[in-house]
Design a protein around this ligand. Structure first.
Ligand code: HEC
Length: 189
């Protein structure tokens, strides 16, 4: 659901998945896998690469295991972890320009932060406008509310494009972090 017409305009010119993937690429200034180094040749090289690939596949399968959750209507009523989140930690995630990236698009009650977004509703009052379960689904996968949303899915690993290798198979936020963000948003009444 797109509540305000100006966000519709933003949707047309802005592919959220692509933009977010390049942001993630920007964040992932990690060294290339060792197998790419020059000067290693022959069977040993092949063996090393095969082993590295096997490890990479195992690692990505392990990361791809998201907690199972159930969508009821437009909400995920139950906590992903089975426990309530920590609102103080959630505030840090939302305010941090490298972890949540929320303030890239949103503004919120962070008077000290001069660099806040204007492409999405102000987060102030989000806890009054939405239920806890609706906020949880919105963070997990906002496309369930609006198929063309520019808001990235924070707890989804499939159907993403141009994800940097280091981030493949991993959700942007962990289940614990999603719960912390939800707990913080619920304090914004
Ligand atoms: C790339 C831009 C973008 C990012 C990053 C983003 N959002 Fe959003 N968000 C939107 C847009 C646009 C909407 C308006 C509804 C829609 O189009 O999905 C929205 C809607 C919402 C809403 C409902 C707002 C309301 O009250 O109507 C909440 C809550 C929310 N986002 C929270 C977050 C949080 C928390 C984060 C960070 C963890 C985040 N968003 C990151 C773009 C973004």
């Amino acid at each position: 659901m797109c509540r305000r017409p100006r966000f519709k305009c933003a949707e047309r010119v802005f592919d959220s998945r692509q933009a977010f993937a390049s942001l993630r690429a920007f964040r992932s200034r990690l060294p290339l896998p060792g197998g790419e180094r020059d000067g290693v040749r022959g069977l040993a090289h092949f063996g090393l690469r095969a082993a590295a690939l096997a490890v990479a596949i195992l690692a990505s399968t392990a990361h791809a295991e998201l907690v199972a959750y159930k969508i009821v209507g437009d909400a995920i009523p139950a906590s992903l972890t089975g426990n309530p989140g920590d609102a103080a930690r959630g505030r840090i995630i939302v305010a941090n320009h490298n972890t949540g990236l929320c303030l890239l698009c949103h503004s919120g009650p962070f008077p000290q932060d001069k660099f806040q977004g204007t492409m999405a509703p102000d987060l102030a009052g989000a806890g009054a406008r939405w239920s806890e379960g609706q906020l949880r689904l919105r963070i997990v996968d906002a496309s369930k509310f609006n198929a063309a949303t520019i808001m990235p899915p924070f707890y989804r690993v499939d159907h993403l494009t141009r994800v940097a290798p280091a981030y493949r198979g991993k959700p942007v936020l962990s289940a614990v972090e999603v719960e912390d963000v939800v707990a913080y948003l619920m304090t914004l009444k």
